[in-house]
Design a protein around this ligand. Structure first.
Ligand code: FES
Length: 105
């Protein structure tokens, strides 16, 4: 397991998204209460930042700001076209108030 510390737990407000960089690789992190979800930030359809899209905390999906595909933030799987390929999802957890992701290949 490649455990990477990406930020502080309080960096992500409830019912919202935040973009983090692992090197040059952007990751989108979403929070609903104590639950956290992490997926690749770049849409699988074109160059758009999913953390900049509208996050639906009830449906646990985010709408790509460019063409509107809905992505499940738990799995990274698109629920609607035009995107059809998933983005990668990552295990994320909090330890000593720090956010960690499993960045294993
Ligand atoms: S760039 Fe995300 S749906 Fe097209």
């Amino acid at each position: 397991m490649t455990m990477i510390q990406i930020g502080h737990a309080r960096d992500v407000a409830d019912n919202s998204a935040r973009r983090f960089l692992i090197g040059t690789h952007p990751i989108a992190v979403f929070r609903v209460g104590d639950e956290l979800y992490a997926i690749d930030d770049t849409c699988s359809h074109a160059e758009a930042s999913l953390s900049a899209g509208e996050f639906d905390a009830d449906e646990l999906c985010v709408e790509c700001p460019l063409h509107g595909s809905l992505f499940d933030v738990r799995s990274g799987v698109p629920r609607t076209l035009p995107a059809f390929e998933p983005v990668r999802s990552y295990r994320i957890w909090v330890e000593d108030e720090q956010l960690f992701v499993d960045y294993s290949a």
